[in-house]
Design a protein around this ligand. Structure first.
Ligand code: DGL
Length: 281
C-alpha cells in the first residue's frame, strides 16, 4: 500500500458502525465509504444477486476511488460474496465474518456461541463454519425485524426492546435444547451495534450478570484491519498515510439525504456531503 486509502463497503449506511471503529483504530487513515442504498436490503436477496451487487461496489471503490485495501462491512456480503469480491478486485479484502468469529473465540470459555444476523447470512451458515474452524459450536438466528427498526430510528424504543427480547429468548432456548451453554453473542449485522444498549439490558434480564458477552464484529474487524495494514506496510497503522483531503468521503447509490441525516447516528459524527453514484440496476 502506498496512498493508504481504505475502502469500506456496505449495502447501506449501517456499515458506518464499522467505519467508526476503523477510524478509531487507524486515526490518520483516509476512507472512502460506499453504501449501496438503492439495492438495500441485501439480507433478503439471493447469493447470485448479492455477489453481483457487491462486486460492482468493490470495483467502484478500487477502480474509481483508488482504495488500496477493502473492508466489507456488510455481514451479508461477507457471508455470501467474499470470494466474488476478491476475484473482482486486485487489492486485499477483509470481510467481517472471520474477525467476528475470532472475537467470539477469544471471549468464550464454554465454547458455545450464539450469532444473530440477516436471513441470508444465517442461511449461508458462514458464521457457524467460521466458529467451527475455531473449535466453537455456533447457533445462529435470523432477526429480520431489527434492520427496519434501526432504519426507522427506533433505537431505544419499547417495541424494539420487546422484539429483541423475543429473538434472544428463542435463541437461548434453541441453544439449550441442543445441549449448548452459550456465553457469547455475536452481533452479525451492521445495524445491531446500534442496539448494543438494548442487547446488554435484555441479556442481563435473561441470563444474569455473568451471563453472555456481546461481540461487536465492527470492533473485531477494525482491529484485524489495522493489524493487516500494519503488517503489509511495516508502519504503525495509519502513521504513514497522507494528511491531504477529507478524512472520509461517503458515496451512496440512492437516498443521499437520508444517508446524511441518519448516517451521523451510525458514525457518531457528521458524515459530511454524501455523493450520489449510479452503479446500474
Ligand atoms: N448490511 C447488512 C448486513 O450487515 C444489513 C442490511 C441489509 O440487509 O442489507 O448484513
Amino acid at each position: 500500500m502506498s496512498s493508504g486509502v481504505i475502502g469500506v463497503f456496505d449495502s447501506g449506511f449501517g456499515g458506518l458502525t464499522v467505519l467508526k471503529a476503523l477510524m478509531a483504530q487507524l486515526p490518520e487513515a483516509r476512507f472512502v465509504f460506499l453504501g449501496d442504498t438503492a439495492r438495500l436490503p441485501y439480507g433478503s436477496k439471493s447469493q447470485r444477486t448479492i455477489a453481483r451487487y457487491a462486486a460492482e461496489s468493490a470495483q467502484f471503490l478500487v477502480e474509481q476511488q483508488g482504495a488500496e485495501f477493502l473492508v466489507i462491512a456488510c455481514n451479508t456480503a461477507s457471508a455470501l460474496a467474499l470470494d466474488a469480491i476478491k476475484e473482482s478486485v486486485t487489492v486485499p479484502v477483509l470481510g467481517v465474518i472471520e474477525p467476528g468469529a475470532a472475537g467470539a473465540a477469544k471471549s468464550s470459555t464454554s465454547r458455545d456461541v450464539m450469532v444473530i444476523a440477516t436471513e441470508a447470512t444465517v442461511a449461508s451458515h458462514a458464521y457457524a463454519a467460521a466458529c467451527r474452524a475455531r473449535g466453537l459450536r455456533g447457533v445462529e438466528k435470523a432477526c429480520p425485524l431489527l434492520v427496519p427498526l434501526v432504519e426507522e430510528g427506533w433505537i431505544d424504543h419499547p417495541v424494539t426492546e420487546e422484539v429483541v427480547r423475543i429473538y434472544l429468548k428463542e435463541l437461548l432456548q434453541e441453544a439449550r435444547q441442543s445441549g449448548q451453554n452459550p456465553d457469547t453473542l455475536v452481533l452479525g449485522c451492521t445495524h445491531y451495534p446500534l442496539l448494543r444498549v438494548v442487547f446488554d439490558r435484555v441479556l442481563l434480564q435473561l441470563t444474569g450478570p455473568s451471563g453472555v458477552q456481546v461481540i461487536d464484529s465492527a470492533e473485531a474487524t477494525a482491529a484485524m484491519a489495522a493489524e493487516q495494514i500494519g503488517a503489509r506496510t511495516g508502519h504503525a497503522p495509519g502513521s504513514h498515510l497522507p494528511g491531504a483531503g477529507p478524512r472520509i468521503q461517503c458515496f451512496a447509490t440512492d437516498s443521499v439525504e437520508k444517508f446524511e441525516r441518519l448516517g451521523s447516528r451510525f458514525l457518531g459524527l457528521p458524515v459530511g456531503r454524501v455523493q450520489l453514484v449510479d452503479l446500474g440496476g
